[in-house]
Design a protein around this ligand. Structure first.
Ligand code: SAM
Ligand code: SF4
Length: 332
């Protein structure tokens, strides 16, 4: 295994790379994708399959040992199958986050790439509401695909962005899915990004989610279970249920002190923090044939201690005057 070389000024070792394969998506989740969609940019500015694989390999030489493929929707990337299989050959634990629409076409690819866990995003189990959130009509297909993944023996994590007035009444219903299915449901606090009309009132915090859990389940039946190393979710199980649930709280309770993540956008920019505004272009120098390793090291050195340098995310924080890419163009 390559020696860890991506250590920032605060001693945090960065060994987990999240690669956005594309900014584009077949859904239009309102909290992720601006209503008007995203600007379609010249395809030459995006990493090709070969470039993505070569750059991913360089990261592994710097000590990265886990790679998550994301987007946009990673499975709509041209040649996604070859790319997933290629990255699966690297000495990394491979993971993927998908909206689930196309996963039935990728079961063999996932197996060949040795992918064990698949994260699927689904924010409502009410079809009508789901279609409203995603502005598309793929609910049945996604539910069938989740069942398919379970039948094929994959471990499935469901990502649910918890938004007040949207799906806050469904927390117990999601947890009840874990009674007979070995699913890990993870509620994610709604985060502010360009064009997603975030505000504090819509954000359902970790505390509020757990209060809702307490209102539906007897406290003595809610068991805290172990988190995986660098896990961003606090995890629980209802006594006797097969699956588990957790809460990811980047807004109310950020996990910056143990952050090991690096993000690579589809246009080849490093974002050293999801909340950070700075970007470090590695694709242009890579195309010029330069050694990009020192640039990657510098990008990690420039990382702020917490939340990309935002001083405070208090109630005065205004997402409209704070510029960041939309989530779909960062890679969630
Ligand atoms: N298309 C794939 C999907 O939906 O799973 C991968 C990309 S998506 C950007 C990755 C994750 O980011 C999803 O679980 C999504 O729910 C989450 N996400 C997007 N916008 C968010 C926001 N504003 N706050 C919290 N999570 C968000
Ligand atoms: Fe697409 Fe995923 Fe964003 Fe929804 S959350 S618009 S599925 S990238």
């Amino acid at each position: 295994m390559a020696k860890a070389q991506l250590v920032d000024k605060f001693g945090r070792v960065h060994d987990y790379l999240r690669i956005s394969l594309t900014e584009r998506c077949n859904l239009r989740c309102f909290y992720c994708m601006p209503e008007c969609g995203i600007e379609l940019r010249d395809k030459n500015i995006f990493m090709t399959e070969e470039e993505t694989l070569a750059i991913a390999t360089i990261f592994t030489e710097l000590g990265v040992n886990k790679i998550r493929l994301t987007g946009g929707e990673p499975l709509i990337k041209k040649n996604a199958k070859d790319l997933i299989e290629g990255i699966g050959q690297l000495p990394v634990k491979l993971a993927i986050t998908s909206n689930g629409v196309l996963v039935d076409r990728f079961v063999d690819t996932f197996k060949k790439a040795n992918l064990k866990t698949i994260n699927i995003s689904i924010d409502s189990i009410d079809k009508f509401k789901f279609n409203e959130i995603t502005r598309r009509d793929y609910y049945d297909r996604i539910v069938n695909n989740i069942e398919l993944l379970l039948m094929e023996g994959f471990r499935v994590k469901l990502n649910v962005v918890a938004i007040r007035g949207v799906n806050d009444s469904e927390i117990a219903a999601f947890i009840n899915l874990t009674q007979y299915h070995d699913l890990a449901v993870r509620f994610i606090e709604f985060m502010p990004f360009d064009g997603n009309k975030w505000n504090w009132d819509k954000m359902l915090s970790y505390k509020e989610i757990m209060n809702d859990v307490d209102g539906h389940f007897k406290p003595e039946n809610v068991e805290r279970i172990a988190d995986e190393p660098n896990d961003t979710s606090k995890n629980y199980r209802i006594k006797g249920y097969i699956g588990s649930f957790g809460v990811i709280s980047p807004v109310s309770n950020p996990f910056c002190e143990s952050c090991n993540r690096i993000r690579l956008t589809a246009d080849g920019k490093i974002k050293n923090c999801l909340f950070g505004q700075e970007e470090f272009d590695i694709l242009t120098p890579f195309r010029r044939g330069e050694d990009i390793k020192p640039l990657i090291v510098d990008a990690i050195q420039a990382k702020h201690e917490s939340r990309g340098g935002i001083k405070s995310l208090d109630h005065k924080f205004d997402s409209e005057s704070w510029k960041n890419r939309s989530m779909t163009t960062i890679g969630g």
